[in-house]
Design a binder for this molecule. Structure first.
Ligand code: GLY
Length: 292
């Protein structure tokens, strides 16, 4: 994802998709709505947009299926819900929230998670509804030469949202199709509370994107929250430190955060990361490449 190699049309449509997600969250937050509703709304927009690797437009597994993972967490009570390997639920983030609010559990996986969705009246979608020709082409390219260098933007592309509302509560939501060509029921960091998703009103909300295995090993989202809560450093410095540690281990990716105090931000070690932020002072920013 570098400016020189990104198709201008893709650049435009990606920015439009990011703006639509921001607007969905702004509409809730500026009328006094909850951070939890804002992050769910933003992620739903991104899940329904085929440009992003979540919900419709997710990448394919090696077997040519789509298996979605998602998590949501609220910071005031540290309630959380997560799902993995979902195949027939239109918006995995809606299901993750239902797991949080309507079950005694935190994490459901596979056909059981889709079964929970049906039992609780959450909108279904047929497996082919999630599929797009471009993701199919990416799988075929990968399978044709598994050793070939593969563009990170094709491999990753997890979506996430973080927010702080007028009551000072924070929330985080993350959703993904995972990795192109994933096998054996592989699950990344996104639905693992503390790895790819975390929220705590005493620190802030965090959502991660990138090579999930590294984010799991470092418990990135929880460690950023813990370092911030314990006063080791502010959330930007904690996020920078975790991205540095990720880099040392060889991991690639990025983090968005909404701190309990201060402005939302991010850090990443890739050439670009789709991102945007807004606040009540009028800040509106959408960006793709490093340095924007
Ligand atoms: N970060 C998403 C994944 O690794 O599945």
């Amino acid at each position: 994802m570098e400016r020189a190699t990104t198709d201008p049309a893709q650049d435009r449509t990606a920015r439009a998709g990011l703006s639509a997600a921001l607007e969905a969250a702004i509409a809730i937050l500026q009328t006094g709505g909850h951070a939890l509703d804002a992050v769910e709304a933003a992620v739903r927009v991104l899940e329904d947009d085929t440009q992003f690797n979540a919900g419709r437009g997710s990448v394919f597994t090696a077997e040519g299926r789509i298996e979605c993972d998602a998590a949501i967490m609220e910071g005031n009570n540290r309630m959380a819900g997560a799902v993995a390997g979902v195949r027939s639920t239109r918006n995995p983030i809606v299901l993750a929230r239902a797991v949080m609010e309507q079950s005694p559990h935190v994490f459901l996986a596979g056909s059981g998670a889709d079964g929970f969705a049906r039992a609780f009246g959450i909108e279904a979608a047929s497996p082919d509804w999630f599929e797009t020709p471009e993701r199919r082409r990416q799988l075929e390219e990968l399978l044709a030469d598994p050793e070939a260098p593969f563009d990170l933007g094709m491999k990753y592309g997890t979506v996430g949202a973080v927010a702080r509302d007028t009551s000072g509560h924070v929330a985080a939501a993350t959703s993904t199709g995972g990795l192109t060509g994933k096998k054996w029921g592989r699950v990344g960091d996104s639905p693992i509370i503390g790895a790819g998703t975390y929220a705590d009103d005493r620190a802030g909300a965090i959502s991660c994107t990138g090579a999930g295995e590294y984010f799991i090993r470092l418990s990135v989202a929880h460690e950023i929250a813990a370092r911030t809560r314990l006063g080791v450093e502010d959330m930007q410095a904690a996020t920078n430190a975790l991205i540095d540690e990720l880099s040392i281990l060889g991991g690639k990716g990025g983090v968005i955060f909404a701190p309990a105090i201060g402005t939302a931000g991010w850090a990443f070690n890739t050439p670009g990361m789709y991102r945007g932020r807004a606040d009540s002072s009028g800040l509106r920013q959408v960006a793709i490449y490093a340095g924007e």
